[in-house]
Design a protein. Structure first.
Lengths: 341, 341
DNA sequence: GCAAGATGATTAAACGATTAAGCAAGGTGG
DNA sequence: CCACCTTGCTTAATCGTTTAATCATCTTGC
C-alpha cells in the first residue's frame, strides 16, 4: 500500500499542511520540524503523487510526443524518429518531466491529451493543412511543432534550415560537375520541410544557370522501398542523369540498393546525396554523403522550448532554426566524362 | 477551462453520481436519462480526467516502457528499440492505455513510477543481476520483462527463442562449409539473450563435431562501432576464419564496413550473419543474412501480457517464447576452396 | 389497503495532495 | 501593560471523480 502524505504527517506528529509546506518550500515551517519531516520522507521513501498534485494544480509533469503513422497501422521505420524522441526524453530528464509517446493517425482522436491532462505537446511532421493540425491547436495547450513550417503567427516551432540543406546538397553535386540531378522526395507539396529543400535545390540550380526540369523530380521516394523503386525510374530517363539527391537517408539507401541491382555503381555511375544523417550513414557501403541535422539535439531543443513555455518562462524565439551541414562521404564523386550523355 | 463532470451534471439536471454511473455503466440509470447525459457528453466533448479517476481507483491507464541507456547520457542507436516501442504502443492502443517512454541508467531512480502511479512496466534488456532489476521488482507493480531470461519464478517474460537463433545462424554457416566461425557479441556473460545465443552456437558446433574455440569469440561487438573494430581482430587471427556470426545487425553492419575497408569482400572472403532483422537488413549491400525476430510483434505481445495482468485477467503463460527464423540473404556464401588456410 | 421489493435517483465520503485562512504563543514598541 | 506583529503551526476547502449508503417513488402481491 502506497505511503502518502498523511503517513508522513502522522509519523512526524504534524498536520499534512506542514508536510506539504516543507515539500514545496512555501509557508513557514521551523527548521527543526522541516528537518524531521525531511528525514522521515527520506526514510519512508515517500514520493508525492502527481495525480493528486495535478488535480489541484492543473499540471502533471507529463508531455506527449505525437508522431504520425506512415500508413494506417503501419509503423514508421525511419530511425529519425527514435533519435528525435530520445532527444526529447533527454531534454525533459533534468526537469522531472516525463514523456508520453503517442503515434497518431490522421483521423485519430486526441482525447488522451485531455484525459491525462498532458502539460504540453511536441508534434512531429504534421502538415499545417491537415485536420489533425487544427485538432491539436484546438486543445489550446503549450505545443511545439517540429519540421512543420507553419506560417501562422504565435506557433512555437523547431526546424533545421531545410532550404540551406537543399541548397548545400545540390551545390555539392553541381560542384562535382553534375548538371542533371534527380531530386527524390516523398511528396511534392507547396509547404513543409520537403518544399523548403526543394526551394534550396532550385536556388542552387538557378545560381548555376541551370533550368529546373520537372522530369528530374520524383515523388514517393521518401521510404526505403520508395527510394528503391526510384532507381528504375532514374535509369529510364530520356536524358541520362548522373546524380540524385534523395531527401531522406532511408530513401537514399533504397535508391543505392536499387541502382546496385541494376548494375549501376555508386558513385562511379551515379552520385547519391541523402538527407538527415541518421546514425548509420557512415557505415553504409558506400558511406553516404548527406545533409546532417542534429536530430537528437533538435529533440532536446524542442523539449526545452516546450518546458519553458509550460513553466511560464519568457520565451523570445518562437521559431528556432538549427543549422545543417554537408557531410561529404563516399557516395558522391566527380562526374566522369565517360558517364555523360 | 476544462469541462468537468459537474458541468455535465448541471446541464443534464442530475447529480454527478448519475453522470458517473452512465459513464461507468454501473448503478441504475433510466435509459431516458442515460441517453440525455450521453448526448450532452458528446456535445460538450467531455472526457473524464484520468487524474481524478486514478486518485480514487488507483489506476492511471499509463504504462511505462523502460529502456536502458547504452552509456551514461549516450543514446542507444539500435533501431531495435524503436520497433519494440512502436509495437508496445500499438498493443496498448485499443485498450485506451498510453505509453510513457523512459530511458534509465543503471543507477537512475525509478521514482517516476510512483509519482505518476504508472499501472505497469515493460522492461527491456535488464540483467537479472543488476541493482536496477531489484529496484524494479521492489516497486511491486505488474511488470513484463523482455529479453531478460530471468530464472526467478513468477516473473512475466517475453523473448524469442534465442538458443535456436544462435543454433540456426551457426548451422547455416556450417552448412556452407565454414568451420571456423567467429562469434561477435556484446558481452560474454552466463545469462541473458547473448548467452542463449552462445549456447546455440556451441550446440551447432558440437553437433558438427567441432571444438568450441574461445579465440573465435569476440566481445564488445554489439554496437556498430564495436562490430567495426572486430574486423581488425578477425583478420589478425592466427588461424584464418571464413565466417562471422554477429549477435546484432548493427554490429554486423559495422563488421562488414570494417572488413570492406580492409579489402575483405563479403561474402566472397568472409560470410557474415547478423541477428535481429532490423528494418533495413534487406537494403544493405550485400543484403544481410540474419536471424529474424519479429520485434514489433514482440512489443505487442508484451503489451498484451502486461495489460492482461493489470486488468486482472487470468494469464496462464508467464514466459512467452516467440519463434525466430533464418533469413538467408547475400552476406553468406559457400566457403571457397581458395579461401581456406 | 399496506408491507415489501424494484427502480432511479441523490448525498456524502473518499482518494492525496495544495493553499488560503485562522489561531495560539511569544516578542516588541509606545 | 496592552495592542500588535511574528512565527509556526492547524483547519478546512478544493481539485474531479467513484461508490457505498440512503432515500423517495412506484409496483406488486396478498
Amino acid at each position: 500500500m502506497k505511503i502518502t502524505i498523511k503517513d508522513i504527517a502522522k509519523e512526524a506528529g504534524v498536520s499534512v499542511a506542514t508536510v506539504s509546506n516543507v515539500l514545496n518550500g512555501t509557508g513557514r515551517v521551523s527548521e527543526e520540524t522541516a528537518k524531521r519531516i525531511r528525514r522521515i520522507i527520506e526514510e519512508r521513501n515517500y514520493v508525492p503523487s502527481t495525480l493528486a498534485r495535478g488535480l489541484k494544480n492543473k499540471n502533471t509533469q507529463l508531455i506527449s510526443v505525437i508522431v504520425p503513422y506512415l500508413k494506417k497501422g503501419d509503423f514508421e521505420e525511419n530511425p529519425f524518429f527514435w533519435q528525435l524522441v530520445s532527444g526529447v526524453e533527454m531534454g525533459t530528464k533534468d526537469q522531472a518531466f516525463n514523456v508520453m509517446l503517442t503515434r497518431v493517425d490522421r483521423d485519430d482522436d486526441l482525447s488522451f491529451v485531455k484525459r491525462h491532462n498532458v502539460d504540453g505537446l511536441i508534434v512531429v511532421g504534421i502538415n499545417a493543412d491537415s485536420a489533425l493540425y487544427q485538432n491539436i491547436l484546438d486543445l489550446k495547450i503549450p505545443t511545439v511543432f517540429m519540421d512543420s513550417y507553419i506560417e501562422q503567427p504565435g506557433i512555437y516551432q523547431v526546424h533545421n534550415d531545410d532550404l540551406l540543406g537543399g541548397y548545400l546538397g545540390t551545390k555539392h553535386l553541381l560542384s562535382q560537375g553534375h548538371d542533371r540531378i534527380v531530386l527524390v522526395m516523398g511528396r511534392l507539396a507547396d509547404r513543409g520541410v520537403e518544399y523548403q529543400r526543394l526551394l534550396g535545390y532550385k536556388k542552387a540550380l538557378a545560381e548555376a544557370g541551370l533550368a529546373y526540369d520537372t522530369h528530374l523530380v520524383m515523388e514517393n521516394g521518401g521510404s526505403m522501398l520508395g527510394g528503391y523503386h526510384a532507381a528504375q525510374r532514374i535509369t529510364v530517363l530520356p536524358e541520362k542523369a548522373t546524380a540524385a539527391f534523395v531527401l531522406s537517408d532511408i530513401g537514399a539507401m533504397g535508391l543505392i540498393k536499387g541502382l546496385n541491382e541494376m548494375g549501376k555503381k555508386v558513385p562511379e555511375d551515379i552520385s547519391v546525396v541523402g538527407y538527415d544523417d541518421i546514425f548509420y550513414t557512415e557505415y553504409m557501403i558506400p558511406s553516404l554523403t548527406t545533409i546532417r541535422q542534429d536530430i537528437f539535439k533538435k529533440g532536446m531543443m524542442a523539449a526545452g522550448l516546450l518546458l519553458a513555455q509550460i513553466n511560464g518562462e519568457p520565451v523570445p524565439e518562437q521559431s528556432i532554426f538549427l543549422p545543417v551541414e554537408l557531410k561529404v562521404r563516399a557516395s558522391t564523386a566527380k562526374r566522369l566524362e565517360k558517364g555523360c550523355e
